[in-house]
Design a binder for this molecule. Structure first.
Ligand code: PMV
Length: 355
């Protein structure tokens, strides 16, 4: 048997409207919108090999950075067994998976979005190869709406936010009256809703700490169930998304930034008032935020921030201001970063087939 394989590269994404709180099967409690990044990505190869035994049991080897990784393998076995009914070929082949990230493993940057989207893209690519008996073109696949939808659905089942990583520049996941075609089960591309200045948005990630997350997103989402502000939050997300779509269309950075910062602060406030409570920022995060707000006020440079479920700060700004923002970041923020570490990223084209 000829070995069939597919290699996909898929980036991380940064949410402006945050997904926080879910129902069964990774159905979000509210819609979210994110920018697709470019430099922070995962590259994953899935190879189908002959099975060692005839049983239906999954056979899986997993290598991260060329080394066998048992902890990840167990997580993937769970994932694959939950989707085995949807990919019938999984019972006929053994899987050998190789994966690597462009960003350091211990950078405090979540890799679940890039890794599950790369994995789902490779899996859905193999499905087409087996069906047609032909090699596939990545370009043709990503232009096929049905294929993208399927890849997004299975990315979501791996890690919710992963379903947004496949699309160029920006994407929306979760049903919203403000975004036509939006759906709870998969994300859709949002490139057409962006003013040209937002297509070249930059995101400089300030590494306040590279430590493992204090709370997994699985636990974080589940804490929303008992949170007294949950319903108000879901309503706010709908309103913020509707307003954000207008700002993104107009190229209104000020309104965009106000919403981005409000969403970041809300996410962290929700965690602080959950039971148990978590503080995911650290003292450097707070100093960075203060410094960004002071600089914006005095320089009039449109630079804003967002946060993920951790202490690192994402600086968001138009590419036209790159020089000024980088000077400011080097001068005032790098000292607050762990070992001066920053990752300068920007909106990118989404998942791509490597081979
Ligand atoms: O995809 P998950 O389950 O890791 O959740 C991601 C949650 C946030 O990163 C905090 C927000 C988001 O929308 O990406």
């Amino acid at each position: 048997m000829k070995t069939l394989s597919a290699t996909w590269r898929s980036p991380s994404n940064i949410a402006i409207i945050k997904y926080w709180g879910k129902k069964q099967n990774q159905i979000p409690q509210n819609p979210s919108l994110s920018f697709t990044l470019n430099e922070c990505f995962t590259e994953t190869t899935i190879s189908l090999v002959p099975k060692e035994t005839k049983s239906d049991e999954l056979q899986l080897q997993f290598y991260f950075d060329k080394k066998e990784n048992i902890a990840f393998r167990l997580r993937l076995l769970n994932f694959f067994s939950s989707i085995q009914k949807d990919f019938k070929f999984l019972k006929d082949y053994g899987l050998v998976i190789h994966s690597a990230n462009s960003f350091p493993h211990s950078s405090g940057i979540a890799s679940s979005a890039s890794s599950y989207s790369a994995l789902a893209a490779a899996l859905c690519d193999l499905e087409v190869q087996l069906k047609t008996g032909k090699k596939t073109s990545g370009k043709v696949l990503v232009e096929d709406k049905k294929w993208l939808k399927r890849a997004s659905v299975f990315s979501r089942l791996g890690s919710g936010s992963a379903c947004r990583s496949l699309f160029p520049y920006a994407s929306v996941w979760g049903k919203s009256d403000a975004v036509k075609g939006s759906d709870d089960e998969f994300a859709i591309g949002y490139e057409q809703g962006l003013h040209k200045e937002f297509k070249t948005i930059r995101d400089s990630i300030l590494i306040a700490s590279s430590n493992e997350k204090k709370v997994s997103s699985r636990v974080g989402h589940s804490l929303m169930k008992g949170n007294p502000y949950a319903n108000a939050r879901y309503k706010q997300a709908h309103k913020n998304l509707a307003e954000l779509t207008v700002a993104l269309k107009k190229g209104d950075w000020e309104h965009f930034g106000a919403i981005a910062e409000n969403e970041a602060m809300t996410l962290h406030a929700l965690m602080m008032c959950s039971n148990p409570s978590f503080i995911l920022m650290n003292a450097h995060t707070m100093s960075m935020i203060e410094s960004i707000r002071n600089f914006r006020e005095s320089s009039k440079v449109p630079v804003y921030f967002t946060l993920d479920a951790g202490p690192n700060v994402h600086l968001l700004y138009p590419s036209a201001f790159q020089k000024k923002v980088l000077e400011f970041a080097d001068f005032e923020l790098s000292g607050l970063c762990e070992d001066g570490r920053m990752i300068h990223d920007y909106a990118g084209k989404g998942a791509q087939k490597v081979k």
